[in-house]
Write a new protein. Structure first.
Length: 118
């Protein structure tokens, strides 16, 4: 069972920045596409960004130009760099593997809360 541990969230003013980290306990980390997802109160979990094993990145339109995703295979960690945060970015952020458009693993970490204030 893969364990996912997210960190780095917090309370930030609109326009501010945060960097989220996620450590994945799987020996195949470097082979997996990884993704960041988020879930706002009362909403379904949604994809935010992905990064392939080769480093190709994808961000959904509502964060494009503000968020970037990166990874460090030496420490099994994927990062989400968030700039120019908006109130609507408030959510719990999770990471998971990503395969064919869906989360790869059934288990999720505890997530990390990001709260953006005005």
């Amino acid at each position: 069972q893969v364990q996912l541990v997210e960190s780095g969230g917090g309370l930030v003013q609109a326009g501010g920045s945060l960097r989220l980290s996620c450590v994945a306990s799987t020996p195949s980390f470097r082979l997996n596409t990884m993704g960041w997802y988020r879930q706002a109160p009362g909403k379904q979990r949604e994809l935010v960004a992905t990064i392939s094993s080769g480093g190709n990145t994808f961000c959904v339109d509502f964060v494009k130009g503000r968020f970037t995703i990166s990874r460090d295979n030496t420490v099994n960690t994927v990062y989400l760099h968030m700039n120019n945060l908006k109130l609507e970015d408030t959510a719990v952020y999770y990471c998971n593997g990503h395969h064919l458009g869906y989360p790869m693993w059934n288990s999720w970490g505890q997530g990390t809360q990001v709260t953006v204030s005005s």
